[in-house]
Design a binder for this molecule. Structure first.
Ligand code: SAH
Length: 425
């Protein structure tokens, strides 16, 4: 097979190194900016190629030794061989480029806000189980990379992983979810196609590793990690958590940001940008377990939080009670249905909105609603600046983008969280 040489000049959104062959982009299975590599072409399309690195001829000056022994193969992290400052600068530029290319915005973006923890920051991980082996998917592949412990999760999470690895009934599982709280207590989610075998033989060990809650999740679909069918088989119904001095409960299927310390930074920055006032009605759309709503509540007159997962709304309501916060109202349902209804049936329009949708971005109905009914300020938080930039284009004539800030919720990966502050034109 023909071999080529090239220099890695950039990363793509999956963290793959990019080089060029006769002006055409080649996406490589690794490599960091500045590496000179020998590669072969593995896939040929009209406007791009995919390639596999055969050898690194000269290492980039940026390169550092990875702290993780799996990083060459494991798909969990992308940037373990890249110093942190360079990761952050790449993320800043990548958001800048998306905003320029897609939303046609010419704003500059400050340095991305750092995560105080670069490892052990993940409070939720999912491990694949194949034929009794536990691991993570490989880089851009569905091949299992067997893992003994992961540098990104907590100490007790790794203890739990070890226990399960040596469990003789592990073959019955397809996936393991491990969630940890700030006290490093563990909620364990065991996913399988059929009912689980008894856990009696490992339960004492799990308890010793601070497992406080175990759920069974029966899932025959390959499409989703967890199905909607959670059954508690041991311990507490919820995991208790603390964020910005407030107490929370969270259910196994409730979303919660994976990096709690960086999330505190994110929220602080969000409120600093939005500067809500005491007379404001604030909407927190895509509110999860109500963390933004409850943190913002003391700053405004009233918050309405909307979230599609009913269990998360149940958590949110309990969280309001737990913290003695009364000026919040949580509604279960899709934001695009509930917001027009609040207007039609109760005549409520907010002064400010915080949006924090999943990677796919906002529903067009919702965008249209706030185009027709413009509010004073919108603060749009996203983990996908491409869909975020796309959504901004629909609001170009209604809102002015004031500021864009990147927050590093996901160190050592290509991902970055972006906050965009907009005000009514
Ligand atoms: N703001 C929260 C959660 C953000 S994640 C936090 O900071 O923790 C996005 C959330 O949007 C998830 O909880 C997801 O269940 C919810 N969601 C997805 N589609 C939705 C929709 N159409 N309407 C309302 N919520 C939705």
């Amino acid at each position: 097979m023909a071999e080529f040489t090239g220099t890695v000049i950039d990363f793509d959104y999956k963290g793959r190194g990019i080089t060029k062959k006769d002006g055409v982009a080649v996406f490589l299975n690794g490599g960091i900016i500045g590496d000179e590599v020998k590669y072969e072409i593995t896939k040929q399309k009209k406007n791009w190629y995919e390639g596999k690195i055969i050898k690194i001829l000269k290492e980039s000056n940026f390169r550092k030794k990875s702290p993780c022994k799996y990083s060459k193969k494991c798909g969990g992290c992308d940037f373990l061989e890249l110093p942190y400052e360079i990761q952050k600068e790449w993320k800043r530029k990548s958001v800048l480029q998306q905003m320029k290319r897609i939303a046609k915005l010419e704003l500059d973006i400050e340095e991305v806000i750092s995560s105080s923890q670069l490892t052990h920051y993940r409070n939720h991980m999912q491990f694949q189980v194949k034929n009794g082996r536990i691991g993570l998917y490989g880089k851009n592949s569905k091949d299992l990379v067997e893992i003994e412990s992961c540098l990104m999760q907590s100490e007790n999470s790794n203890r739990v992983l070890q226990i399960l690895k040596h469990w003789k009934k592990i073959r019955h599982l397809d996936l393991i979810g491990i969630r940890s709280n700030e006290k490093d207590e563990i909620m364990l989610i065991l996913v399988s196609k059929q009912k689980l075998p008894k856990l009696n033989d490992i339960l004492p060990l799990l308890l010793d590793a601070h497992v406080v809650s175990i759920y069974e999740n029966i899932n025959s679909s390959k499409k989703y990690h967890y199905s909607r069918s959670f059954t508690k088989i041991f311990g507490k119904d919820q995991l208790e958590e603390k964020l910005l001095d407030l107490q929370y409960e969270l259910s196994p299927n409730s979303f919660y940001q994976v990096n709690r310390r960086a999330t505190e930074q994110l929220y602080k920055k969000a409120f600093e940008l939005l500067q809500p006032s005491k007379d404001d009605i604030l909407y927190d759309l895509y509110c999860g377990i109500g963390t933004i709503s409850l943190s913002a509540a003391p700053k405004v007159k009233e918050v309405i939080g909307v979230e599609i997962i009913p269990e998360a709304i149940e958590n949110a309501r309990n969280n309001a009670i737990k913290n003695g916060i009364e000026n919040v109202r949580f509604m279960a349902g899709s934001a695009e249905e509930i917001i027009p209804r609040l207007w039609e049936e109760e005549n409520i329009l907010p002064d400010c909105i915080i949006l924090d949708p999943p990677r796919a971005g906002l529903d067009r109905t919702l965008i249209e609603f706030f185009r027709q009914n413009p509010v004073k300020k919108i603060l749009y938080i996203s983990c996908n600046s491409a869909t975020q930039a796309r959504d901004l284009t629909f609001w170009r004539d209604t809102y002015h983008v004031e500021e864009i800030i990147g927050v590093d919720l996901f160190p050592n990966t290509v991902h970055v969280e972006t906050i965009v502050l907009m005000s009514r034109e």
